[in-house]
Ligand binder design. Structure first.
Ligand SMILES: [Zn+2]
Ligand SMILES: [Zn+2]
Length: 182
């Protein structure tokens, strides 16, 4: 849905750049938050400030990413790869992941795992598995960014003719029974 985009109003410099690069900024701030969580230790002024800033950047980037998905962006249009078909083939797992984000059951399950993973932090040695689980968020964001870039070539979009209405079906080249989400 491109409800009333206009290029002229969107040329406001740094926010536009931030919006276009929101997935990368988002992934970096999540990475930073995970790092702070792994390092742990008693809270200091520096660590509390850093995690507050990381959280603020994270929220703004997430909102910008959603906004970016709803309008046309010149930088995106200019970045369409020449070998898009090939890339869509290579990144089909990411494209599938982006579509899985529309399945409520899967999202619910994922959120449950993410939230309950915080319990690991209370266990000795639980920080690393926690970090590993949190890192999957970075993959999910990368999947959405890739999907936005390669949407016209996405095998799951072209079947349904639209972004939101889809069914997750096995692609034509099966990878075995243990199909992973992440
Ligand atoms: Zn863009
Ligand atoms: Zn798609």
């Amino acid at each position: 849905m491109t409800d009333g985009y206009d290029y002229s109003a969107s040329r406001s410099g740094i926010m536009d750049q931030w919006e276009h690069h929101a997935p990368k900024v988002l992934m970096s701030s999540i990475g930073l938050s995970i790092l702070l969580g792994v390092l742990g230790g008693p809270p200091t002024v520096a660590s509390v400030t850093l995690s507050t800033v990381a959280f603020g950047v994270l929220v703004v980037s997430a909102l910008l990413m959603i906004r970016h998905g709803r309008r046309l962006c010149e930088s995106c249009a200019a970045a369409i790869p020449l070998n898009a078909t090939e890339q869509a083939q290579r990144y089909r797992r990411r494209l599938w992941t982006a579509h899985a984000g529309g399945q409520l059951k899967l999202v619910g399950l994922y959120l449950a795992v993410m939230i309950s993973s915080s319990l690991l932090l209370t266990q000795p040695g639980g920080r690393w598995p926690w970090a590993l689980i949190q890192t999957s968020m970075i993959y999910v964001i990368a999947a959405h960014a890739t999907h936005r870039r390669l949407q016209p070539w996405c095998p799951w979009c072209s079947g349904g003719g639209g972004g939101d209405d889809f069914r997750v079906e096995a692609p034509d080249s099966p990878r075995g029974p243990g199909r992973q989400l992440v």
